[in-house]
Design a protein around this ligand. Structure first.
Ligand code: CP
Length: 319
């Protein structure tokens, strides 16, 4: 593995999941692997789980991790080739990326979309320019359109929990929110579950919230949440703003908030959310506090996903 940007960087999802579960059983078994190696964690937006779990993962491998809050402490970056930089941007990515590449062995970055310009967001300029100019492996901690470490974690969690000899039914359901939220978690979850190809996969969302078909092709799209939840083994709850009417919140759809009543037609479904969650807006207290909630396990499993990805890159692609 050279970079970790999407599921397309993974040859065998099940094999990667097994490695993550092995790290969970013995976190320090590769503590020499990252000795004298350094990972840079660049953040352009807030984080709890991603920031802390990746630092813990690096430390478990014996790596030094340096966090840079690029949005608050760095120069404003320019991405346009040939730009006359007489405006607000101070430093071109072409200059910043190779310098950071010289400081680190692996560079991880987390950024958000604008939710204004679909084409720019979906072109993933920042990640692609880093890959082009940094000269070292790049790990996406979240990009404009995808959150691959979260999705890898989610597959690890489902694998740990589901032990029956049949395909689970997994439902990704849209949930209400008070403001426009990126599509990245939903896109990424859909991309990974489809690539994994070991589930009956349904995506439930109100009209106007269909995701990019590039990620959802293979899943059943359902606009009736109650029907979608019938027989579900796992329900993944997430809000996203409209992809079609880009970045918009189309209506409040409060009745889509998941409660125990909504889960009644499911197969005693386990409930997932990547966190942070707005309680009693996206998901009710009764569900989050209930025994079927996997949200804490998902958050904890972020360490093993990050550790596995860093280890795979360390084994093959660092200096
Ligand atoms: N799930 C997740 O990425 O959490 P943070 O936003 O806190 O990093």
């Amino acid at each position: 593995m050279r970079n970790f940007i999407s599921v397309q960087d993974v040859n065998n999802i099940d094999a990667l999941v097994e490695k993550a579960i092995a790290y969970k059983a013995d976190p320090l078994k590769d503590r020499q692997l990252g000795a004298n190696k350094r990972v840079g964690l660049l953040f352009l937006n807030p984080s709890l789980r991603t920031r802390l779990s990746t630092q813990v993962a690096a430390q478990n491998l014996g790596m030094e991790a340096i966090v840079f809050n690029m949005d608050k402490e760095g120069w404003k970056l320019e991405f346009t080739e040939g730009a006359v930089m007489n405006g607000t941007s101070v430093e071109h990515i072409r200059d910043a990326a190779p310098v950071m590449g010289s400081y680190f062995d692996i560079l991880c970055i987390r950024t958000f979309p604008s939710l204004i310009n679909k084409e720019e967001d979906y072109n993933e300029i920042l990640i692609n320019e880093l890959i082009r100019y940094a000269g070292i492996p790049i790990v996406s901690l979240e990009s404009s359109t995808l959150r691959p470490l979260q999705s890898f974690t989610d597959i690890i969690t489902i694998t740990e929990v589901f032990k029956e000899q049949r395909k689970p039914k997994i439902v990704l359901t849209w949930a209400p929110h008070i403001k426009p939220i990126p599509q990245c978690v939903a896109n990424s979850f859909a991309q990974w579950v489809n690539a994994w190809d070991q589930a009956d996969f349904v995506i439930a969302n109100p009209q106007g919230y269909n995701l990019d078909k590039k990620y959802t092709a293979g899943a059943t799209i359902e606009h009736d949440q109650e029907k979608a939840l019938e027989g579900a083994d796992f329900v993944y709850v997430k809000n996203w703003s409209s992809y079609e009417d880009y970045g918009k919140v189309l209506a409040d759809n409060k009745h889509w908030m998941l409660t125990n009543k909504h889960l009644a037609p499911s197969n005693n479904a386990k409930v997932m959310h990547c966190l942070p969650v707005r309680r009693n807006v996206e998901l009710s207290d009764e569900v989050l506090n209930g025994t079927n909630s996997l949200v804490t396990r998902q958050g904890a499993n972020r360490v093993w996903a990050a550790q596995t990805v860093l280890a795979e890159i360390l084994k093959t692609h660092t200096k």
